[in-house]
Design a protein around this ligand. Structure first.
Ligand code: GDP
Length: 372
């Protein structure tokens, strides 16, 4: 049919017939996608990692993050073989609310560490929200411009695997692979909201809390129990006419810290002001971290904390496994909506419903064992 706009009324305007939508802009892309998940043998991954081959390391981390059973099987083997070569690093957790200046600071801290303390630096992240929000993927390369192009740094955004437990476990496993690849400084960035800070704390030797002056966050931090897990508190953006405010906030924090019991390390957290953007006092902040590590190594607390963390992760893994096993069980999955309805409708109490589900699950597990 002739297009109405081709009528004399719209003189000067010609409407051409459209073309069919193409399947794909680049037909070769399909094949490239397939190649991306090419698998190597466990030994090939391990060999590459131990040689410090960044590509092979990245590929192994992709397997760690994958939910496919075949990928997980290889990943676990690789981790096990890398384990004896891991542990020889300083792990630093860096936390702060969005906008506190984490990425700007990590860029500055990272370059300072590489230039003054040598070695290699891996920047990892724990951000369980990244799957939902997409935009806030911590550790994104573009957010750390200098580090991203530094030959001795390895930046990996947060895994996007649902539950916090899952995301944190993957980050912890990635630490092992990075250490085996020779990264002796590990930064773990985490967003300063919710439980991810506790998860981060459970895998680092030093937990650095970035705060801003004059946001009322001082009190929030105290309320949320975050002060208890901070090994050092730093006030960012202490530049220009913000310096005085930052100093004031620092003294508030110092006073507040006196209200808490002395941490197990025996070291009361230091509070410092700095500017990530203008690179002021970066050296002092990093010195605080490295001094702490040195002191705790001498006192034995460093190893004690790592042992405690290893224990914690054993239990965490069991919890995570049991939970997944239960909730991903086909039969349980079909039962849950009905139980939920009964609870919501007041026909059953929460405890009875939970018991029914668990009994059913145990029965299923029992039968499974009998027939296996
Ligand atoms: P993140 O969300 O915690 O990673 O924060 P960003 O590093 O993305 O920083 C948030 C904003 O604060 C950006 O606009 C930065 O330019 C700014 N910023 C970061 N550090 C400083 C600083 O030291 N001083 C000042 N004045 N601004 C900063």
């Amino acid at each position: 049919m002739e297009h109405p706009e081709n009528s004399a009324e719209y003189e000067g305007l010609v409407v051409n017939a459209g073309v069919d939508h193409q399947d794909m802009v680049n037909p070769y892309l399909k094949n490239m996608r397939k190649n991306r998940t090419k698998l190597f043998t466990t030994d090939e991954y391990v060999e590459g990692i131990l040689k410090g081959d960044v590509t092979r390391l990245s590929q192994a981390v992709t397997l760690v993050e994958s939910t496919l059973p075949e990928h997980q099987r290889i990943a676990q083997e690789v981790i096990e073989k890398c384990l004896p070569f891991s542990g020889n690093s300083i792990r630093v957790g860096i936390s702060g609310v969005p906008g506190a200046g984490k990425s700007t600071s990590i860029d500055a801290f990272g370059i300072h560490v590489l230039e003054n303390y040598g070695g290699k630096l891996a920047v990892l992240a724990i951000d369980p929200s990244s799957e939902k929000t997409k935009g806030s993927i911590l550790g994104d390369k573009t957010r750390m411009e200098k580090l991203a192009v530094h030959p001795k740094s390895f930046i990996r955004p947060s895994p996007t695997a649902g539950s916090l437990g899952g995301v944190a476990r993957k980050t912890r496993e990635t630490i092992i692979l990075c250490e085996a690849a020779g990264y002796d400084k590990i930064f773990v960035e985490t967003v300063g909201v919710g439980q991810s800070e506790t998860a981060c704390h459970s895998m680092v030797d030093f937990f650095l809390l970035i705060q801003l002056a004059g946001t009322g966050d001082e009190l929030q931090g105290i309320k949320r129990g975050i002060m208890e897990i901070a090994d050092g508190i730093v006030i960012n953006k202490a530049d220009g006419n913000n310096v005085e405010k930052a100093e004031l906030a620092a003294s508030h924090f110092r006073n507040a810290l006196h209200l808490f019991p002395v941490p197990d390390s025996g070291l009361i957290p230091e509070v410092l002001c700095y500017s990530g953007f203008y690179e002021l006092n970066i050296d002092k902040v990093m010195k605080m971290v490295f001094d702490y590590v040195e002191k705790t190594k001498e006192s034995g607390y460093f190893q004690y904390r790592r042992n405690e963390q290893a224990k914690y992760w054993m239990y965490e893994s069991i919890n995570e496994h049991l939970k997944n096993n239960f909730f991903f069980n086909e039969h349980i999955r079909t039962m849950i909506p009905e139980m939920e309805n009964q609870v919501l409708g007041g026909q059953m109490t929460s405890f009875v419903a939970a018991n029914k589900l668990l009994e059913e699950y145990y029965q299923l597990m029992h039968n499974k064992n009998v027939y296996e």
